[in-house]
Ligand binder design. Structure first.
Ligand SMILES: [Zn+2]
Length: 346
C-alpha cells in the first residue's frame, strides 16, 4: 500500500515540470537525511509515537537502497551527493546504526555523521569518530537521558569535552535546536554564539533553519543569527516561502545548505499550513495522528512534501533575488566545500 501511495503520479510529474525543472541545478548535495535498517530501531510504541510524530513516518526502515530509489524517482535529472545519519531514538541500537552509516560513507559522494551520546567521554568520541571516519556528530534532544523535549537545553546535547574533540578534529555538528521556543530561545542562541567563538575549527550547522517554520520565529531571530560568525544552517523540512525569503536576505545564500530530511519528506504527500506561531502538516499519509483529512478528490492532488518544500524555497529565492550561482551554492557548493576537504584526512 505504501508503495502504491508513494508511486510517482501524473500530479507529481506536472508539479515537477511546472515548479522544479527550471529551478534545480544538475548537482545537488543533500546535507540532511536519515537512513537506518529495521534492526536498528525499537518497536514503535505509543510513547515513542507521541514523542515524535516523524518517527511513525520513518518506521520501520529506510535503508540506503530506498533513499537512492527516492532520489532517482524524485530527482531524475540530478546527480546527488549526501550527508547521512541514523534515525534518532535513545532506545535504538544507535551504535549499530552509526556503523551502518559509516560503512556507506565513501567520502567522495556520501558522508556520515555519528548520532551522539552526550555521556561519551571525549576520548571515546574521538575514537568513535576516527574509527568510523565520520564527518562529525548529530546530537539530538532525545539522547539526553531522563528529560522531555521542553526541558532539554542545547548545552546538554553535547558535552564540553566532546566540543573540544570536534574542534580539535575540525569536524561538524548538525544541530536540532530543542524546546518549544526553538531558535527563539535566547539561551540556545547564546550557546551557539559561545560555541562558534570558542571552537572555531568546528562547524555548527543549525538544522531546519532553527525550526523557525512559523514566520514569527524567523522574524525574531534571523537577524541576530546572522551576527554569529561561522554559524551555518540547513533548510531541510522547511517549507515556508516567507521564511525562505527572510533567510536568504538576512543569513545569505552562502550560509544555507539544502537538505531533504528524507524519509519524512519523501514519504508524505500534502502541504504545510501556517497560522501565527503554529503550523501543521496537511497530509493524506495513513498515520494514527493524521485525523483531520480532506476529501479524497482534494487529497488526490497532493504531491510529495519535498516537492512542496522546494516550491516554497523557489518562491523565497525569487523574491530575495538569488542568482544561479547563489542557488548552486545552497544546493551543492556550500555542503561540498564543507565536506569534500575531509576526503583526504586520516
Ligand atoms: Zn532530520
Amino acid at each position: 500500500m505504501i508503495d502504491d501511495y508513494l508511486a510517482y503520479r501524473d500530479v507529481d510529474r506536472e508539479f515537477y515540470e511546472r515548479y522544479l525543472r527550471g529551478f534545480l541545478p544538475r548537482r545537488l548535495f543533500d546535507a540532511h537525511m536519515h537512513v537506518h535498517r529495521a534492526e536498528h530501531v525499537p518497536p514503535l510504541t505509543d510513547e515513542l509515537r507521541a514523542r515524535n510524530w516523524a518517527g511513525a513516518v520513518s518506521h520501520p526502515a529506510y535503508p540506503v537502497e530506498d533513499a537512492e530509489a527516492d532520489y532517482a524517482k524524485l530527482f531524475p535529472e540530478s546527480d546527488i551527493l549526501r550527508l547521512q545519519f541514523g534515525t534518532i531514538y535513545r532506545e535504538a541500537d544507535f551504535e549499530a546504526c552509526n556503523d551502518y552509516n559509516a560503512e556507506k560513507a565513501d567520502r567522495e559522494r556520501v558522508w556520515a555523521l555519528a548520532v551522539l551520546d552526550p555521556a561519551w567521554s571525549g576520548e571515546a568520541l574521538r575514537e568513535r569518530l576516527v574509527r568510523g571516519r565520520f564527518s562529525g556528530v548529530k546530537p539530538y534532544w532525545s539522547m539526553v537521558p531522563g528529560k522531555v523535549e521542553k526541558d532539554v537545553t542545547l548545552d546538554e546535547m553535547i558535552a564540553p569535552e566532546q566540543l573540544e574533540v570536534l574542534d580539535d578534529l575540525g569536524l561538524m555538528a548538525t544541530i536540532h535546536v530543542p524546546g518549544p521556543e526553538r531558535i527563539r530561545d535566547p539561551h540556545t542562541r547564546r550557546v551557539l554564539r559561545d560555541w562558534c567563538a570558542r571552537y572555531p575549527r568546528a562547524t555548527f550547522v543549525v538544522a531546519h533553519l532553527g525550526r523557525a517554520y512559523a514566520f514569527p520565529f524567523a522574524r525574531d531571530t534571523f537577524a541576530d543569527l546572522a551576527g554569529i560568525e561561522g554559524l551555518l544552517f540547513d533548510c531541510s523540512a522547511f517549507l515556508n516561502p516567507n521564511g525562505f525569503e527572510l533567510a536568504f536576505r538576512t543569513l545569505g545564500p552562502r550560509r544555507i545548505l539544502w537538505g531533504t530530511d528524507f524519509p519524512v519528506l519523501s514519504r508524505m504527500r500534502g502541504y504545510r499550513v501556517w497560522e501565527g506561531e503554529t503550523y501543521w502538516n496537511v497530509t493524506s499519509a495513513d498515520y494514527p495522528w493524521n485525523t483531520d483529512r480532506e476529501p479524497p478528490e482534494v487529497e488526490a492532488r497532493y504531491t510529495y512534501f519535498i516537492y512542496e518544500a522546494l516550491k516554497g524555497m523557489r518562491e523565497g529565492a525569487e523574491r530575495s533575488g538569488l542568482t544561479t550561482e547563489d542557488l548552486e551554492a545552497v544546493f551543492f557548493g556550500n555542503a561540498h566545500q564543507l565536506l569534500a576537504p575531509q576526503t583526504d584526512c586520516s
